[in-house]
Design a protein around this ligand. Structure first.
Ligand code: FAD
Length: 458
């Protein structure tokens, strides 16, 4: 190992959420680890995803609160968005976290190798050097997708990566795709003052969420002046002198300064030796079992590269699972239904567990209860509308928690404990929720489902 080429217990290819979490946990367990990254440790989440978007969303929240300050009896005037300062705020947070994660890896003696890796029979090659590994973990993540014939020029037709670096607030934007990324950017840009239209081919925004949550979000967005073309497909786009003209399948055209393409992300699985090594790939993603083992013995895959939830915390959990599996700790496979999901728009949409449709598909007889945030004083103080919906099996545990409201995402931690512990409403109803908090909405829903409603108007 004098030249640093191994053999290592584990060679991780890709230093994003999944890869670096695996490296950290494996090093904690006494394994020798090499982590190969061609760009920046921290990957999409830290540099082009979770963290920068949430920083923008916070700036957006401050803009809205400033505009609405008179509601709270505070004299302030919204003068506009200082785009370079917004970027400086965001970049400072990213840089700090980037230094932090690099420091963590170094402190645990993970060997970081800079360069583009390629899977070979006994390890990962970077240029002419092969880093040998007894186990390999593939964690190369994902990249923005487009539609056939829809060319991203980075100027008028952009992805989230360009959007995060935009040097101005656009006057108007068409957002193609009403999933998490599209909804979050629509929310930011509207708060910054842009005219925004979201185009979504399916009937609702956030199509994977409980339908009632999507409807509440759509209503809130309409009130915010975010236009929506739902259940209609994109047909084409023309670049003009001033921007773009987007044509929809129903014949409608939309003029805007920019088109953001947010139609999903595809796994980065080609051009790095996976097929040649015999790693099974299906529709672009690497096939794995419940321990993230690929079809090739000793080769694992985690994060956005595999067909599980494209979420940083799912990647963290998979990375940890793999490290523990390699170390022989016999870890418990991940219950993906129990992974919390949050869309950090205004209002936020958060959920854990399954939807009513999924519950019925799985043969459950269900009971549903919705607690309107109109009855929750803290939500009124925050001037938000929304709801907490609980789905349980009839006479059984909670199967799903679905919430909409400003700042409601933080409540998903309680929802996750309730779901993952398979709690009954009557058990949660025993627990006293602090007053006044938004968490009382969960408490109230559970009290009602346990047959002893408190602040519920019928
Ligand atoms: C705009 C946006 C917002 C998001 N917001 C959230 C959020 O709020 N919460 C959340 O949970 N998730 C969010 N996500 C999703 C989250 O970023 C991803 O799920 C997560 O980053 C996946 O981690 P990963 O390790 O699989 O891949 P990545 O983070 O993509 O990391 C893969 C790494 O591998 C490197 N790599 C690839 N190929 C090679 C190679 N051949 N050699 C060497 N290195 C290579 C890449 O450079 C990259 O650094 C967001 C994503 C986007 C795009």
């Amino acid at each position: 190992m004098a030249d640093g080429s191994g053999p290592y217990d584990i060679v991780v290819l890709g230093g994003g959420s999944g890869g670096y979490a695996c490296a950290l946990r494996a090093a904690e367990l006494g394994k020798t680890v090499a982590l190969i990254e061609k760009d920046k440790i921290g990957g999409t989440c830290l540099h082009r995803g979770c963290i920068p978007t949430k920083a923008l969303l916070h700036s957006a929240e401050v803009a809205d609160e400033t505009r609405e300050s008179a509601t709270y009896g505070v004299r302030a005037r919204f003068e506009g968005i200082d785009v370079p300062a917004v970027h400086a705020f965001k970049d400072k947070i990213v840089t700090r976290a980037w230094k932090g994660v690099q420091g963590l890896l170094k402190s645990k003696n993970v060997t970081i190798i800079e360069g583009e890796g390629r899977l070979v029979s006994n390890g990962v090659a970077v240029g002419d050097t092969v880093y040998e590994g007894r186990n390999i973990v593939l964690a190369t993540g994902s990249a923005p997708k487009s539609l056939p014939g829809l060319e991203i020029d980075g100027e008028r037709i952009i992805t989230s990566e360009h959007a995060l670096k935009l040097d101005r607030v656009p006057a108007s934007v068409v957002v193609l795709g009403g999933g998490v990324i599209g909804v979050e950017f629509a929310s930011v840009w509207r708060s910054f003052g842009a005219e925004v239209t979201i185009v979504e081919g399916l009937p609702h925004l956030l199509p994977l969420e409980e339908e009632s949550s999507s409807k509440l979000l759509e209503r809130a967005f309409r009130r915010r002046g975010i236009k929506q073309e739902l259940g209609v497909f994109f047909e084409g786009v023309k670049i003009t002198d001033n921007g773009v003209v987007v044509t929809l399948a129903n014949g409608k055209t939309l003029d805007a300064e920019l088109l953001l393409v947010a139609v999903g992300r595809g796994a980065v699985s080609t051009g790095m030796g996976l097929e040649e090594a015999g790693v099974a790939i299906e529709r672009g993603t690497v096939t794995v079992n419940e321990f993230c083992q690929t079809s090739v013995p000793g080769v694992y895959a985690v994060g956005d590269l595999i067909p599980t939830l494209q979420l940083a915390h799912a990647g963290f959990a998979e990375g940890i699972l793999v490290a523990e599996h390699i170390a022989g700790l016999n870890p418990v496979p991940i219950d993906y239904d129990g992974v919390p999901r949050i869309t950090y728009s205004d209002p936020e949409v958060a959920s854990v567990g399954i939807t009513a449709v999924q519950a019925k598909e799985r043969g459950h007889e269900i009971v549903e209860f919705t607690y309107d945030l109109a009855g929750n004083p803290k939500s009124q103080i925050l001037q938000t509308q929304g709801a907490v919906k609980i789905i349980t099996a009839k006479d059984g545990p909670v199967l799903g928690v679905h919430m909409v409201g400003r700042r409601i995402g933080e409540l998903v931690t309680e929802g996750q404990l309730i779901y993952n512990w398979e709690a009954l409403p009557a058990e949660v109803a025993q627990l006293i929720h602090a007053h006044p908090t938004q968490s009382e909405a969960i408490g109230e829903a559970m009290l009602a489902m346990a047959g002893k409603p408190l602040h519920v108007h019928n």
